[in-house]
Design a protein around this ligand. Structure first.
Ligand code: COA
Ligand code: ADP
Length: 617
């Protein structure tokens, strides 16, 4: 049980934490060290890689350390034959090494030959020089049916300074090659550590986004700016000048033992033509910063001719988007479209700062469309990068919700809850009639969890709890709740009003994005994730104090057909603390009473026909 001083410490810690984080940052900056992430100055919700995150990451390995059975490592010294003219490792070579390492990890899990299906966005934080060592580590995060997600971590090591830096991380999907019997059903991954549990859990959410990617892009590009809005600049470079076409003959060294071209080899060829196109615009050596998520649409084999076409689609102030398309054919066959990718390049000056780039004049026909789509992709790319990579230790404030970032906010919402649920260091703070209250204090953030079992089917509990408008039936903190926007089948935005904590205070209101997920595999819980967003149509008003919820929600795990474990999580924000501090201090049992009324509500409605066996979404 918490004593009052402990509670005071927790609350003080919490309220002062953000000031401390800021102060520590200022101090670190003062002594020339920068934390690896910081908030972008014009948007508090974004986190960015710092300019120089060269913090030593080298962790010596100990023989007794646990090792994941699918983990595969590759270390390579960068030789001049791997490098470009500036003595930096070519990204194409790095992609080949990453793909081979990841493929070997996938095959270790699958026990059979695997092919690359897709690679998520890759952001390159550093270049790697000749003489340095590249260390690549890959492991299978989760297997689904015939596909699995492989996490890849790339670091660069300076042998003389005994230091390592993160270069990039990536997630690739590999598919076990179909056999004569058809699709292979892979065995499940059994996570052993908290880190593995988190990756396992969030992998399902990344998969959802990946499979939606093509449709999302189509929708977002379709809703983007229309018409002839390509600005005419006098000094604009005609994009035709950057056009590249190059052919490759697929030979045995480019392919695996099943004669399929390596995914990494195709990516390397694509990067090569993209670099040429980018160089033609700037007449200099460009640096590749980002490769957008892409999908290997169809295989190619030894003997195929692979035609690679690239052109600069648009140039912004400091960066340009190059599009690449890969087609394969044999003899007189019609070329098959096997891949398309979009890469972002910069050109660095002698100090390493991005140079201004010339504008582009789009080519006739497809040029204006690609020019506009490049603008839309730039925004999507930024949303995806910052919303998805937002670290939970860098508490995300409410992010403006827009249709274009909905899928990424939804991902962020669910993955934050999954990460909280995967924590293993919860401390049991209070227990009453099998309703348990746990707390977790980490990185100056206080979180709590209330957990109990109910004798109702998990699916039914999910259907009842996912309709937030019904929460006022059991939660006295929900005075009013109205759905503002049913975003899609799984997501909705609500306006919630809660009573004031003291008689003199105003009540609070919240704009919440609720993201609901059914289990991906048996053993997964149902999830209802909640986080604050901002909506221009619902600005804060004089009547209420606008509260924020960083991460909260329910996890409902089926124990048997008629019993489930219900866990409620909350990363306590200042707006929520007053409601729970008495419980944490052991001064009241509000959490117990809330859960009792929740159980009663579930019990009373377990047979209700109106919403039986369907979610509210
Ligand atoms: N990203 C991630 N996974 C994807 C995907 C994408 N864009 N598209 C399909 N998948 C997954 C599916 O979810 C499914 O996973 P599951 O079995 O775990 O549920 C799996 O791929 C197979 O899907 P299926 O619908 O049976 O096949 P498909 O017709 O969509 O084919 C590939 C998928 C990857 C097999 C096919 O597109 C292909 O052969 N691509 C070329 C692969 C290649 O040559 N790679 C480079 C050389 S190794
Ligand atoms: P889209 O044309 O819709 O962008 P594609 O998959 O056809 O999609 O092509 C992807 C990218 O490859 C294009 O945006 C363009 O940058 C580049 N590309 C496609 N075709 C050519 C071509 N014939 N010559 C040069 N580049 C091309």
């Amino acid at each position: 049980m918490f004593c009052l001083t402990a509670l005071a410490k927790l609350i003080l810690n919490y309220f002062f934490s953000r000031h401390w984080v800021r102060t520590i940052r200022v101090l670190l900056r003062g002594v020339g060290l920068e934390p690896t992430t910081f908030r972008c100055c014009d948007c508090s919700s974004h986190t960015m890689a710092s300019e120089e995150p060269e913090v030593g990451l080298f962790i010596p390995e100990r023989a007794e350390m646990y090792r994941n059975s699918t983990e595969v490592k590759m270390s390579q010294i960068v030789l001049p034959c791997h490098a470009n003219h500036r003595g930096e490792l070519s990204v194409g070579q790095l992609l080949k090494w990453m793909d081979s390492t990841a493929c070997l990890s996938a095959e270790r899990h699958a026990g059979c030959s695997c092919i690359t299906a897709s690679v998520d966005d890759i952001h390159f934080e550093h270049t790697i020089g000749v003489g340095q060592v590249v260390n690549i580590k890959a492991k299978v995060n989760r297997a689904f049916n015939s596909s699995m997600e492989v996490g890849i971590m790339v670091s660069c090591e300076d042998l003389f300074a005994n230091r390592q830096w993160k270069v990039c991380n990536a997630f690739a999907t590999f598919v076990a090659r179909h056999t004569d019997e058809g699709k292979v059903q892979l065995k499940q991954v059994m996570p052993q550590t908290q880190e593995e549990q988190t990756e396992y859990s969030v992998a399902a959410e990344r998969r959802r986004m990946r499979l939606l990617h093509t449709e999302i892009m189509k929708d977002l590009l379709g809703n983007g700016p229309k018409g002839d809005d390509c600005q005419d600049f006098d000094d604009a470079v005609p994009s035709e000048r950057t056009r590249v076409e190059s052919v490759e003959l697929v030979l045995p060294p480019h392919a695996n033992h099943q004669v399929n071209t390596f995914g990494g080899q195709i990516m390397a060829w694509m990067e090569n033509v993209a670099t040429i196109a980018a160089s033609r615009l700037c007449n200099a050596h460009p640096t590749l910063r980002t490769i957008d998520m892409f999908h290997f649409r169809a295989p190619s084999q030894v003997g195929d001719r692979v035609v690679l076409k690239a052109i600069v689609n648009n140039a912004f102030k400091n960066s340009m988007e190059v599009g690449v398309c890969a087609e394969a054919y044999r003899g007189r066959e019609t070329p098959r479209h096997i891949n398309s990718a979009f890469m972002t390049f910069e050109v660095l000056d002698a100090e390493g700062n991005p140079r201004n780039l010339p504008r582009i004049k789009p080519e006739p026909l497809d040029g204006p469309r690609r020019y506009r789509e490049a603008i839309a992709r730039k925004k999507i790319r930024l949303d995806r990068k910052y919303i998805i990579s937002c670290k939970q230790t860098e508490v995300p404030l409410s992010v403006p919700w827009e249709p274009s970032n909905q899928v990424y906010l939804s991902y962020n919402n669910v993955s934050a809850l999954k990460m909280l649920a995967a924590r293993t260091n919860w401390v049991l703070t209070s227990e009453k009639n099998k309703v348990n209250l746990y707390t977790l204090e980490e990185n100056q953030v206080l979180c709590f969890k209330v957990e109990t079992h109910v004798d109702i089917a998990a699916k039914r509990v999910f259907a009842l709890l996912s309709d937030l408008t019904r929460r006022k039936e059991w939660d006295r903190h929900y005075k009013h709740c109205e759905m503002i926007n049913q975003v899609d089948e799984e997501d909705a935005i609500y306006h919630v009003i809660t009573p004031s904590v003291s008689k003199t205070n105003k009540g609070q209101d919240f704009i919440l994005l609720a993201s609901c997920r059914t289990p991906c595999n048996s053993g997964d819980p149902y999830l209802i994730a909640l986080r604050s967003v901002t909506l221009p149509t619902h600005p804060p008003t004089e009547d209420y104090i606008r509260g924020e919820i960083f991460c909260a929600g329910f996890s409902i795990l089926e124990v048997s057909s008629m019993v489930c474990k219900v866990s409620y999580y909350n990363q306590a924000s200042p707006g929520v603390l007053p409601y729970i501090s008495n419980d944490i201090a052991g001064l009241s049992s509000g959490f117990y009473n809330s859960f009792c009324s929740c159980s009663k509500f579930l019990e009373e409605n377990k047979e209700s026909r109106a919403t039986a066996d369907s979610t509210a979404f």
